[in-house]
Design a protein around this ligand. Sequence first.
Ligand SMILES: *Cc1c(COP(=O)(O)O)cnc(C)c1O
Length: 467
Amino acid sequence: LLRQTAELAIAFRENLAERRVGVGPEVTPASLRETLDVPLPDARTAPDQVVAELVRAADPGIVASAGPRYFGFVVGGGLPAALAADWLTSTWDQNAGLYVLSPAASIVEDVAGRWLVDLLGLPAGASVGFTSGATTANLTAVAAARHALLREVGWNVEEDGLQDAPPLHVVVGEHVHASMLLALRMAGFGRGRLHRVPADDEGRMEAGALVSILRSLEGPVFVAAQAGEVNSGAFDPLETIAAAVRARPGTWLHIDGAFGLWAAASPALGHLLAGAGEADSWATDAHKWLNVPYDSGLVFVRDPAAHLAAMSISAAYLVPAPGTERDPFEYVPEMSRRARGFPIYAALRSLGRSGLAELVERSCALARRMAEALAAGPGVAILNDVVLDQVLVRFADDDAVTRAVIAAVQEEGTSWLGGTTWRGRAAMRISIVGWSTTEADVDRSAAAILGRLKAVALSGPGAPASA
Ligand SMILES: *Cc1c(COP(=O)(O)O)cnc(C)c1O
């Protein structure tokens, strides 16, 4: 069964680059339900039949997001070594919560974690948690900050909770990522209570405004800055922000760098992250630019004691790790966990320091290439400064035309990308972080986009996308 399944997986991978990227227009919830939504059988089904039928029924609804021409959201693919290690991770089926449940998983996380601290330019000694994604990484960082900031004013939040606690102010940028707001919400900090710092044209926090907000506040403050705005890829002015935070006692700086933090691995792009190493905590995703399979995020905290105080638990039946080894569950909000360290370790070893830098730089070069190719088209405007992997495109300076081109590109299937609203105007949003994307993929996709623009211009934005 497993050999047969490996063959199916290999066939999928071999065809991935040429598969249509989004699902076809004929694929609907109803068409998928026709084959997948069967009554729960009463009797057993042979495993090989289960797998064969799952593959057949799921296939039309599988998106080639791990392939080279998927530019939607911010989505990486699986590097070969990472995918192979991920297969083994499922096969070994380790519970990476405790050292005693998987000594190998625990040591591999520790080693990969130290490699990452070094690669990302973070302070040696920062603690690391392997999470399901950046949302959970942000949540973990907020919990560590909440512990440390309230402890400084004499409040034990793990013991006494947030009700009746001294006020803790939270400052975010106007362009804060929705997941940061979710993390804050889960940690007890509601949307309506946040201090929002105005942003500039690229979506970066206005540092001057942040400084005045910090001056106006009394008591502990948590500041969430961003490395890599989810639309434009822009970086908050981290150096200035870090200096302002350092100058104000009782202030914690967190950086959400779900994809942007990886720029630190490139000597050419590292300047974007000047000052980032001064923060107190950082969140990033391995399933984005590091190109490991889902799901995989990382949280780093400068003060391991705060990290542990927020996350660790104890129970009589748990077995502590020997000596100075770590129990991975003490750094994340989960107990039983997938051994996410293996694919990360494999990705880092297969790329090496220079390979990771090259992957990040190549993605950015491809984003610039895409922007240039599209900008040559009639009535095409690139809305952002392409500093990283993100390109924002607007067609005919018109919302309806822009949305029609996006829909037509999605339907045509050469590549897949989504839309957004950028400073009040509709825009196409292109993100290039996949390890397998080539110049040819970019050129082919740009030609397909401009082809759809032409078709939309001829038929009018109101016409069906297939016209
Ligand atoms: C993707 C992203 C997140 C959320 O990450 P998940 O892995 O989806 O939880 C948070 N912040 C930014 C800037 C992102 O791009």
